[in-house]
Ligand binder design. Structure first.
Ligand SMILES: Nc1ccn([C@@H]2O[C@H](COP(=O)(O)OP(=O)(O)OP(=O)(O)O)[C@@H](O)[C@H]2O)c(=O)n1
Ligand SMILES: C[C@](O)(CO)[C@H](O)COP(=O)(O)O
Length: 231
């Protein structure tokens, strides 16, 4: 079956607060978004298609970067929506293939490993929804109106992307309307009654969200295991 990979790059990056959306910031000489797309191009070898979701105001910026870096891959480009949910929905609406696997990945997670990419697209053959996750490292407390309470971190997992679904599952799940507790695609699928299979993610697969994450990303760039990123 064919694999689709939706790369979500229509956010504004408000929490990082840079002059341009964070997916276009440089990392080892080229935009973060290109590193992320290249992870899939270099690690999925047949029968896949990348769908790139961009903010309508960023399309020209992306075209300019492609020209600057002679980046001549062609993708289906979809215009993003107000929330991440709407961006995913817009991309799903363009997939007509009734039986395929659909991976959804944040553009700002350029350090996803080859092992995780292969694992999610292998495991989906046996499940409705497959999501990478890593252990919760910090010590956590739950707060409420009465005070706070220590929690057992072993009962929690930190969720990553790519999140991969059977097409019937994710298309059906996204027929619902947006709700603020839809934190990711797994919560949307779960809301429709589907069970989520967790697999081990890779620790470096951080989401670049805050300025400190960008600093971490610049440090991590030399440690990506699969290949040396060309300058
Ligand atoms: N309407 C949106 C919002 C987010 N995203 C994408 O979803 C991923 C994860 O979202 P997040 O880190 O929250 O990105 P931003 O929305 O850009 O960040 P912020 O919330 O700080 O503005 C990012 O790759 C982002 O580009 C998207 O495609 N469409
Ligand atoms: C989908 C996600 O990356 C899973 O970790 C995350 O939930 C999306 O980003 P946000 O920071 O919650 O907006």
């Amino acid at each position: 079956m064919k694999n689709y990979i939706i790369i979500l790059a229509a956010g504004k990056g408000n929490r990082l607060g840079a002059e341009m959306a964070k997916q276009f910031l440089p990392l080892n000489g080229k935009p973060i978004l290109m590193h992320t797309i290249d992870k899939f191009i270099n690690n999925l070898h047949h029968n896949f298609e990348i769908i790139l979701v961009l903010n309508k105001d960023d399309i020209q910026i992306w075209k300019n970067f492609c020209e600057l870096f002679n980046y001549d891959h062609s993708f289906r480009i979809v215009i993003g929506g107000k929330e991440r949910f709407h961006s995913v929905k817009n991309a799903l609406d363009t997939i007509e293939d009734p039986h395929c696997y659909i991976g959804i990945h944040d553009a700002v997670r350029p350090f996803v490993s080859k092992k995780v990419i292969n694992a999610v697209f292998t495991e989906i053959r046996e499940h409705d929804a497959v999501v990478p996750a890593v252990s919760m490292i910090p010590t956590i407390r739950r707060i409420n109106e009465k005070g706070n309470m220590g929690m057992n971190r072993d009962e929690f997992k930190v969720i990553q992307t790519p999140q991969v679904f059977r097409s019937e599952v994710i298309k059906k799940a996204y027929e619902t309307s947006y709700q603020s507790h839809f934190f990711d695609d797994a919560t949307v699928a779960e809301y429709s009654g589907y069970t989520i299979k967790l697999i081990e993610g890779n620790e470096e697969n951080i989401k670049i969200t805050l300025p400190i994450d960008y600093i971490t990303a610049k440090a991590l760039k030399t440690k990506t295991p699969e290949y040396d990123i060309p300058n």
